[in-house]
Design a protein around this ligand. Structure first.
Ligand SMILES: Cc1ncc(COP(=O)(O)O)c(C=O)c1O
Length: 357
């Protein structure tokens, strides 16, 4: 914990699992990494990371990129042409938090289907959403899922649901992309392997710099020909990196050492949710499946309560985000212990923070 700017209290940063600092083992691996020019395909550490990622996701090949946003963008652009249509959940990170890249840079129309609480959507909506072969209309060619689902509160989309949705998409000739930024959380929480959860998707991405604690980097995984195309697209968007083994080295440590401990983050998130419920917030701790807690606030007195609550928490040295003006989001991660969560709850109780504050 670092010191809060506004108070004497040590800062408890629950804004995101992206705030983690690299572990000593990661820093050592970065220092010692063997490197080469990865745009020439000559960085042995990047190659090892890509091979490891392909193996973990059960795909033929993988590509290292700088961020989850670039991983999604490159994946989507590599499987569509300008004027195509993407079907995607209305709460997906791709539509809410990636600057509209798929439309702006890919010329792809993103049509949303309503997300259900588990992060999936009703597969029965897919046949009606896929456009007929008609020159007036865009071609619907791709469907995107997200697991775990960030804005659905870190929910796990089960393998059965993924298979069902991907199966209907495929029957209608669509390819399937899976934004698996936190798919390792989904695997740990569900007892399924990452390869099983990614099985129904043509392309899957995951992030090293969220729950897995690495400083930078995401992977795109899929079959050889898709990854060849993705490598070209990565170059197009300026994502070819040179001695990137420095970063990949930390990613290898993340995959080796940081997966099993995600269960601790999930337990800490439950602990937080239980404490928030005890403070009177309308949250069911049983709904918290992984490391994200989203609290829907009472809007009967104030239609936009979350900025005020966020500011009150900040004054106590507790940082959270506001997915919208009626919700706050708290995320657990490797740099936050069970004691930190208990301390946050204690500060809130002492300051009488509650649904009416
Ligand atoms: C589900 C999901 N996908 C993609 C991303 C984008 O990752 P990045 O911040 O590395 O661009 C995020 C980031 O929080 C995310 O939650």
């Amino acid at each position: 914990m670092t010191q809060s700017q506004n108070s004497e209290l040590p800062l408890i940063d629950m804004r995101s699992d992206t705030v983690t600092r690299p572990t000593p083992a990661m820093r050592r691996a970065m220092f010692e990494a063997e490197v080469g020019d990865d745009v020439f395909g000559e960085d042995p550490t990047v190659t090892t990371l890509e091979e490891t990622a392909a193996e973990r996701t059960g795909k033929e090949a993988a590509l290292f990129v700088s961020s989850g946003t670039m991983a999604n963008l490159v994946s989507l652009l590599s499987q569509t042409r300008s004027g195509d249509e993407l079907l995607v959940g209305d709460r997906a990170h791709i539509v809410r938090s990636e600057a509209g890249g798929v439309s702006r840079l890919g010329g792809v129309l993103a049509t949303t289907l309503p997300n259900q609480p588990d992060g999936g959507f009703d597969p029965e909506l897919i046949p009606g959403a896929v456009r007929p072969d008609d020159m007036h209309q865009p071609r619907t060619t791709l469907l995107a899922l997200e697991n775990t689902h960030n804005f659905c509160g870190g929910s796990v989309v089960s393998l059965e649901r993924t298979e069902e949705i991907a199966g209907v998409a495929r029957e209608h000739g669509l390819r399937v992309h899976l934004d698996g930024a936190r798919i390792f959380n989904a695997a740990v929480a569900s007892g399924r392997s990452v390869a099983e959860l990614a099985g129904p998707a043509d392309s899957v991405t995951f992030c090293l710099s969220k729950g897995l604690g690495a400083p930078v980097g995401s992977l795109i995984c899929g079959d050889e020909s898709f990854i060849r195309e993705a490598r070209r697209t990565r170059k197009l968007v300026g994502g070819g990196m040179r001695q990137a083994g420095i970063l990949a080295a930390a990613g290898l440590v993340a995959l080796e050492e940081m997966v099993d401990r995600l269960a601790d983050d999930h337990a800490n998130a439950r602990q937080l949710a239980r404490g928030l419920a005890e403070l009177g917030f309308g949250i069911n701790p049983e709904d918290v499946q992984t490391n994200i807690v989203i609290v829907q606030l009472d809007t009967s007195q104030d239609s936009a309560p979350s900025p005020k609550l966020q500011a009150a928490l900040k004054a106590l040295g507790i940082l959270v985000t506001t997915p919208d003006r009626t919700k706050i989001r708290l995320v657990t991660h490797a740099d936050l212990s069970s004691e930190d969560c208990a301390e946050a709850l204690r500060r809130m109780a002492e300051a009488e923070i509650g649904p009416d504050s």
